[in-house]
Design a protein around this ligand. Structure first.
Ligand SMILES: CC(C)(COP(=O)(O)OP(=O)(O)OC[C@H]1O[C@@H](n2cnc3c(N)ncnc32)[C@H](O)[C@@H]1OP(=O)(O)O)[C@@H](O)C(=O)NCCC(=O)NCCS
Length: 169
């Protein structure tokens, strides 16, 4: 078993345009498997995406930023199941730098990493941000109906009260 430091040193960092086809195929597969994430039909890799690749160049972790007026939302945080438990969420969050950032998550591992990265748990993100999130979530809800993602809708509704807000100003 190699140490975390050695493992991290082997990884490559890219913002986007690495292996576009392989990356997007992998991301869609992750979204398909993980019902807490958005539907695979909305998977995209753009200039606000962060990807980590292994030493062979295959994608193994992803996170994205969405502009929410005066804030940015960290979303779609996912680590390939074969690489979980090695602290990759720390490496993803490190890439986001400053600004007003927030994330909604019910995953205790991501919550733990957010707290260690200086985020704090809050109940309310501010009126403009809340409005922006509300519009985007309603749009996504209708998109999931159109694309027949009923299992995902049911899963997310079932856990709605477990999602917690973390903010770093
Ligand atoms: C959430 C996810 C990205 C975490 O990735 P991971 O590789 O398993 O997590 P990490 O190894 O980076 O661990 C993060 C921290 O959680 C901690 N942790 C692990 N289990 C924990 C638990 N039960 N309670 C609290 N903290 C826990 C770890 O100790 C680690 O902290 P440390 O590095 O300071 O010791 C990954 O599990 C995943 O892809 N899940 C599916 C998609 C998802 O639900 N994403 C979140 C919604 S946006």
């Amino acid at each position: 078993m190699i140490s975390r430091a050695t493992y991290w040193a082997m990884l490559k960092w890219t913002w986007h345009q690495y292996h576009p086809m392989e990356d997007i195929v992998w991301l869609k597969q992750m979204f398909r498997q993980e019902l807490d994430l958005r539907p695979p039909s909305l998977a995209k890799i753009g200039e606000n995406s962060i990807l980590i690749h292994d030493e062979a160049g295959s994608p193994i972790a992803h996170a994205a930023l969405s502009n929410r007026w005066r804030s940015s939302e960290i979303n779609s945080v996912v680590v390939d199941p074969n690489h979980r438990g090695r602290g990759l969420t720390h490496k993803l969050l490190e890439q986001f730098g400053g600004g007003r950032l927030f994330s909604y998550t019910r995953d205790v591992r991501l919550q733990s990493t957010l707290l260690k990265a200086g985020f704090e748990q809050r109940l309310y993100p501010g009126v403009l941000t809340l409005l922006n999130i509300g519009i985007s979530r309603i749009a996504m809800f209708f998109w999931m109906i159109v694309t027949l993602e009923f299992r995902r809708i049911f899963h997310q509704f079932r856990h709605l009260l477990n999602y917690k807000l973390f903010i770093r100003l």
